[in-house]
Design a protein around this ligand. Structure first.
Ligand SMILES: [Zn+2]
Ligand SMILES: [Zn+2]
Length: 342
């Protein structure tokens, strides 16, 4: 594997090698960053404690900006926007509608703002964009002959309902004490540990669900919908078949069996519902004139090459199972060499 010492790992967000004026693109209009997709220095031998600590606290790194940003959204939601838990012990339209509107609002704010900046206002132009195509042109394979309308329909329309469904179920279960509850006052350390563990749990769960739906019969009927998006934009994030959304968001079901606080359940679910914006940005971070260090080349490569990078860049599951591709022409996984089938 080629390594570039100038670009130490900062996954889940990597340092920039975005295109400069005079960017080089291949005949398909694609641009590839010169630094590879990398794993976080988490599970490596020999251990790299200094790198690990830096990765954890650096900007960008594990904490900042993605996980901290999503945590802030969940704290605000829990404190100011969710119905009181006592109210959720029986199903009433009032609080269910409130949960739905809050869910929908966050989806529009998070996905919509990146789409607005990067694809409507085009603040970066094609600088750092993996392809030079824009998604708002007519494309027959999408609903309404339009990738953006299709993606908004699945992400905000169906995804908003599915996320609300899980949220309503979880709040109802917590409110009725049907599932184990972890109080902040009695277990502050465990409470904090949950918050750190959730991003890892999410990645682990995503990898296995994702591999499962790449099984041919399921791929054809379910996951192919998401893979219509060979080129991605923020709205592609949750553009999934409802069954895939159901499986993908089932990440929050861990809170039905292991004691946690309803806040953890909310954070887990919002992390899953809003986090995909980073993996589907279509741009090499940092974006918005180099100010916002988000984006995942790792997952972009999955859309581009298909049989690689099923997981993400913290847990080296793809490397262990021989499906990791770093994106360099002669780099790790370059021999996998499978073009997208779609
Ligand atoms: Zn896939
Ligand atoms: Zn994807």
């Amino acid at each position: 594997m080629k390594t570039d010492p100038l670009h130490s790992s900062t996954n889940p967000v990597r340092e920039s090698s975005a295109t400069a004026p005079g960017e080089t693109r291949n005949a398909r209009g694609e641009w590839q960053p010169s630094c590879p997709a990398k794993y976080a220095p988490l599970i490596v031998w020999p251990p790299k404690p200094r790198e690990l600590i830096l990765w954890f606290v650096n900007w960008p790194g594990f904490v900042w900006p993605i996980n901290a940003g999503l945590l802030v959204i969940s704290v605000m939601t829990w404190l100011f926007l969710m119905p009181p838990l006592e109210k959720c012990s029986s199903f009433h339209w009032g609080w269910i509608l409130q949960v739905y509107l809050v869910t929908l609002a966050w989806i529009w704010i998070v996905y919509g703002s990146f789409y607005l900046l990067m694809y409507m206002m085009r603040v970066d132009g094609t600088k750092g964009k993996y392809t030079n195509q824009w998604p708002d042109r007519p494309q027959k394979r999408f609903l309404f002959n339009n990738q953006v309308y299709d993606n908004v329909f699945w992400t905000a329309g169906v995804g908003g309902l599915m996320t609300t469904g899980y949220l309503v179920l979880g709040l109802w279960l917590f409110a009725n004490h049907y599932i184990p509850y972890l109080s902040w006052e009695e277990h502050p350390a465990l409470f904090c540990l949950w918050i750190v563990v959730i991003p890892f749990w999410r990645e682990f769960h995503f990898y296995w669900i994702h591999r499962f739906i790449h099984w041919k019969p399921l791929y054809k009927r379910i996951h192919s919908l998401h893979h219509k998006n060979v080129d991605v934009n923020p709205w592609s994030g949750m553009a999934m078949h409802p069954i895939e959304q159901f499986l993908y968001l089932s990440v929050c079901a861990i809170h039905f069996v292991i004691a946690s606080h309803p806040f953890h359940f909310l954070f887990d679910l919002q992390h899953a519902a809003l986090g995909p914006v980073s993996g589907h940005l279509g741009f090499e971070g940092p974006v918005v004139k180099g100010k916002v260090p988000i984006g995942s080349y790792f997952h972009y490569l999955h859309h581009r090459y298909f049989e690689c990078n099923y997981g993400e860049s913290m847990l080296p599951l793809d490397r262990w199972f021989g499906t990791f591709r770093d994106g360099l022409p002669d780099g790790e996984g370059s021999k996998l060499n499978q073009e997208h089938r779609g």
